[in-house]
Write a protein that binds this ligand. Sequence first.
Ligand code: 13P
Length: 256
Amino acid sequence: MKNKKIIVAGNWKMNKTYLEAKEFIAKLNQLPDYTSQVIIAAPSLYVDTLFINNQKENLALALQNCSAYESGAFTGEISARMIASLQLKYCIVGHSERRSYFEETDEIISDKIAQLIHYNVQPIFCIGETLQERKVNETFNVIRKQLVRGLEKVPVEKIGNIVLAYEPVWAIGTGITATKEQAEEVHKFIFQLLSEIYNPEAAARIPILYGGSCNEKNAEELFYQPHIWGGLIGGASLDVNSFYKIIQIAEKINGK
Ligand code: 13P
């Protein structure tokens, strides 16, 4: 992929107290600057303070979820419009934990993506198969269905605002990382699908991150694969030193 620039994104999920989150950012501020795009999806409650405390130009704070609705009587929800009003650039959508524990369907996810795109917040759109689905050779069908349905409301002129993340469910939080061959095979498939749905030029500009037990030990070989544009990192993003090591791998590959 010609213009590929590695992106390192952390997903903290429901971890860290306010103090712990602030300490992480303070420590990251002390470490040498980097030029790669780095994203941290923090608990929404802290995102604004972390945004203010952050001194790294290339660190974007992000949300982990947003509402499928525009505004109104939806107690407890956070809208894409609210996210945009804080000048936040990214929001995770369609994470497998939201699909399975909170019963988010492809239709709900497609509405969330439409909201984010409308307000110029870039969705980090997650797709991935379960172990059972992989075992019965359903991986590509599942990926196709999730991708096509999720992007249903995204016209070609907006596709440049999407970041994709391939997260095989069997690799999330299990310590079982997809091999570089397994990951590359699906990433390439996603790229080909995007080329079909939109066009090859548009598809070549869409970052596809890998997520699922990605850490400082396996990130390098994964990130060197032609269709892997970086990582969406859970567990290893919670420790600033591990996370920074992954940023350094991105720096190396990005040629800085
Ligand atoms: P782990 O890196 O902890 O497997 O989590 C991956 C993930 O779900 C990122 O969104």
